[in-house]
Unconditional design. Structure first.
Length: 288
């Protein structure tokens, strides 16, 4: 991992931590400022004995600085989704892959989010920084989803095999980010109405409303065309971040969609904005 990559990962991780604890940080910072100010006086940098007026001024300065810090943190981490404006969820299957980092760069650049449905064989790759990619997805606020260990049809395998296919990915994701995937996407959409698959999922099943067929066309142009022609509020669009043309298509489509007024959101963001409470084992195709 290069120094730049390490710094970039640290930056993203810090943003997520700040988003969760900014109030605590602001309070601690205020205390530190008071301590430093007092230390300077003790060391002789402030030779005059502090009067009530000086102390009052110091307290006011501390409060101002604390307020500025809190405001800055909120402005940096706030991501407001307007439920009255159209939104689209871009989703990516089969990764992570060698192009996933490039896609995450674009999501960060355009303040967009996506949902990633990952396979176990990709999560076990050693030629790409898998843990770093998952931590970055998490830090950016993307959804980390389950696409089974070996991309198999869950309704065609035994109960024990089905359990392994789902739980295996759960364990790999949890090891990297500390929690299980939010959603399951059965490969091929196979078994989404099957009671056995729904019971084994133990999480909402997220399908799609638009299949770009990027894996078939192998074309950036056709994939962008599919995205733009299908653009509609509440759509869940299927792509694959293991293909270079798919990632390039997403990078081109994101600003185009935003220019048309679409918010590029994760599935969980869309469900929340639409007031949909996702249920375990239930399939979801779009959020109109």
């Amino acid at each position: 991992m290069t120094t730049r990559e390490k710094n970039e990962l640290k930056k993203l991780q810090r943003k997520k931590e700040v988003r969760r604890q900014y109030e605590k940080i602001a309070i601690i910072l205020g205390v530190i400022i008071v301590i430093v100010f007092a230390g300077k006086m003790i060391l002789g940098k402030k030779k005059s004995v502090p009067t009530a007026g000086n102390v009052e001024t110091s307290q006011k300065q501390t409060i101002v600085k604390k307020t500025i810090v809190e405001t800055t943190v909120q402005e940096e981490t706030t991501r407001a989704i307007d439920p009255n404006k159209p939104m689209i969820a871009l989703t990516f299957d089969d990764g992570p892959g060698q192009y996933t980092g490039k896609l995450l760069d674009a999501l960060e650049k355009y303040n967009a989010r996506a949902s990633f449905f990952m396979c176990g064989y990709s999560l076990k790759r050693t030629d790409i920084p898998v843990d770093k990619l998952l931590k970055r997805m998490d830090a950016l606020g993307c959804d980390l989803g389950n696409h089974t260990m070996n991309h198999c049809a869950l309704d065609k395998v035994s109960k024990s095999k089905r359990k392994y296919e789902i739980n295996g990915v759960n364990e790999l994701v949890k090891k990297a980010v500390g929690y299980n995937p939010k959603f399951l996407r059965p490969p091929y959409g196979s078994g989404i109405r099957d009671a056995k698959v729904q019971k084994a999922a133990k999480m909402p099943i997220v399908c799609w409303s638009v299949d770009t067929l990027d894996w078939k066309t192998k074309s950036k142009k056709e994939t962008v065309k599919s995205i733009m022609n299908s653009a509609k509020d509440g759509q869940i669009i299927l792509m694959h971040d293991i293909h270079s043309w798919s990632v390039d298509a997403a990078i081109e489509a994101i600003p185009k969609l935003q220019k048309k007024g679409y918010q590029i959101v994760s599935v969980s963001e869309m469900a929340e904005a639409k007031g949909v409470k996702l249920k375990k084992g239930q399939p979801y195709f779009e959020f109109e």
